[in-house]
Design a binder for this molecule. Structure first.
Ligand SMILES: Cc1ncc(COP(=O)(O)O)c(C=O)c1O
Length: 432
């Protein structure tokens, strides 16, 4: 056996691992919510010392226990033969539950075997989908383009960048009723020197994070027409489809539009409706080529969801107990919203400035005029009062001037937020 002889003189040069990183990753920062969490952890001793323990209004994660019936299914499933690998696409029983759900909730017929795929949360699924359509390039103007809502879910930008594409903002404003005109976006992109032929996909997200905006069926029809005309994949992120208040019409799936399945894939999440953000359960459904390629990409990265969780997920999607849980929680979120709207009005926020959506559990509020930008407001609110909110620009440049609060906390904490803001001078017109 031959071995390599050690060199007599070890190199004095210090290795530089950082030099080895991909150019796409080198300038990347951890996901915004984890950055905020780290900053809060660092500040906690200081905040506790002045009686301002952090109150986290930042992350969109329900804090209540999931439905008992759902936990029972998970516990029981442990005794089944569920402890070996699943597949990236998921077990047939899970995907059949997806088929049932799509039919009962949206009136959309899908074939579980070819048009559905399980996801370890929709965040993971979206990231894999971006990789499936983007051919990585480094020259900025050559890159494949994905149109994304701005403000929109913060993860889109990172996931597209790391896949070597360009995330291109579609501004959501009151002026366009939060439904951007796609032809105008394409025209503007062209005027700015981008090549419209590089557009691979467009992301829509209704009800939307962070605004809570909803889309009309007419808009969905228009999106489908546009996407078919230009052969652009529609990636519909419908993570908040179930979180709607009162007798508001339930959000639609874009797959309800005739011909949508030829060009659209939709990403659903079980995280928020069943208060199981940590379980990592979601599914994709729609165009079979897109679903197939998604499954292939995923198979290089994951080995599927733990089968016991898939059992529980299938139960969640089809059981009346879990549907009832959603109804109950939506009433809680709506009441929280009304409570906070009243509280912010008392703090001086003008009624017309407060966006009061009919869906999601987010509260998207303008910053007081004396603050230069949303970052400085969010930072002062954290450092002075221990209240953790997300600056609007975390969701895109068009989010400047706003912050997002997540209304999932117990009522006492919401009250404490309002009390601290009053005591610490965070009124709309105040001079802090
Ligand atoms: C719009 C939107 N899409 C997708 C996700 C990801 O959810 P999950 O990965 O838990 O399914 C989130 C989470 O906050 C979201 O806000």
């Amino acid at each position: 056996m031959t071995t390599m002889a050690p060199t007599d003189t070890p190199s004095t040069q210090k290795p530089d691992v950082k030099k080895l990183f991909s150019t796409l990753c080198a300038s990347m920062q951890p996901y915004i919510m984890f950055r905020i969490a780290q900053r809060v952890a660092d500040l906690t001793p200081e905040l506790e010392a002045k009686n301002r323990s952090p109150i986290k209004m930042s992350i969109g994660a329900p804090t209540v226990q999931p439905p008992k019936a759902l936990k029972d299914v998970l516990l029981k499933a442990m005794d089944e033969p569920v402890h070996t690998y699943s597949t990236s696409k998921g077990e047939p029983f899970f995907r059949q539950a997806v088929q049932q759900r799509m039919s009962e909730r949206f009136g959309v017929d899908v074939d579980w075997a070819t048009e559905t795929c399980s996801l370890l949360g929709s965040k993971e699924g979206l990231a894999a989908m971006f990789r499936a359509v983007i051919t990585p390039k480094t020259e900025p103007m050559d890159k494949d383009i994905i149109l994304i809502p701005d403000p929109g879910y913060a993860s889109y930008v990172d996931a597209i960048n790391i896949a070597g594409g360009t995330p291109y903002s579609m501004p959501l404003n009151p002026d366009n009723n939060y439904m951007p005109n796609l032809r105008r976006v394409m025209q503007e992109l062209n005027n700015r020197g981008y090549n419209p032929n590089n557009i691979k996909a467009l992301v829509i997200n209704y009800p939307s994070n962070p605004i809570g905006a909803m889309a009309t069926m007419d808009y969905f029809k228009d999106v489908v027409t546009f996407a078919r005309e230009h052969n652009i994949l529609i990636i519909s992120d419908i993570a908040y489809s179930e979180m709607v208040f009162g007798d508001t019409e339930k959000p639609h799936s874009i797959l309800e539009v005739d011909g949508a399945k030829d060009i659209a894939i939709e990403f659903h999440s079980l995280s928020k409706p069943y208060a199981i953000t940590g379980w990592r359960l979601g599914f994709a459904v729609g165009n079979k080529d897109a679903v197939g390629m998604l499954g292939t990409v995923k198979s290089t990265m994951d080995s599927g969801i733990w089968k016991a969780l898939q059992r529980a997920g299938a139960f969640a999607m089809t059981s009346p107990e879990c549907a009832q849980f959603i109804q109950t929680m939506n009433k809680v979120y709506e009441a929280n919203q009304q409570f906070m709207v009243a509280g912010f009005k008392k703090l001086g926020w003008p009624t017309e400035a407060l966006n009061v959506p009919k869906a999601t559990f987010y509260f998207w509020i303008p910053i007081p005029p004396r603050f230069d930008n949303c970052d400085s407001f969010a930072t002062q609110l954290l450092e002075t009062s221990g209240i953790v909110v997300v600056p609007g620009t975390a969701f895109g440049p068009n989010g400047e001037g706003y912050v997002r609060l997540s209304l999932v906390n117990p009522r006492e904490e919401l009250q404490e937020v309002l009390d601290r803001m009053t005591a610490d001078g965070f009124t709309y017109e105040g001079n802090l």
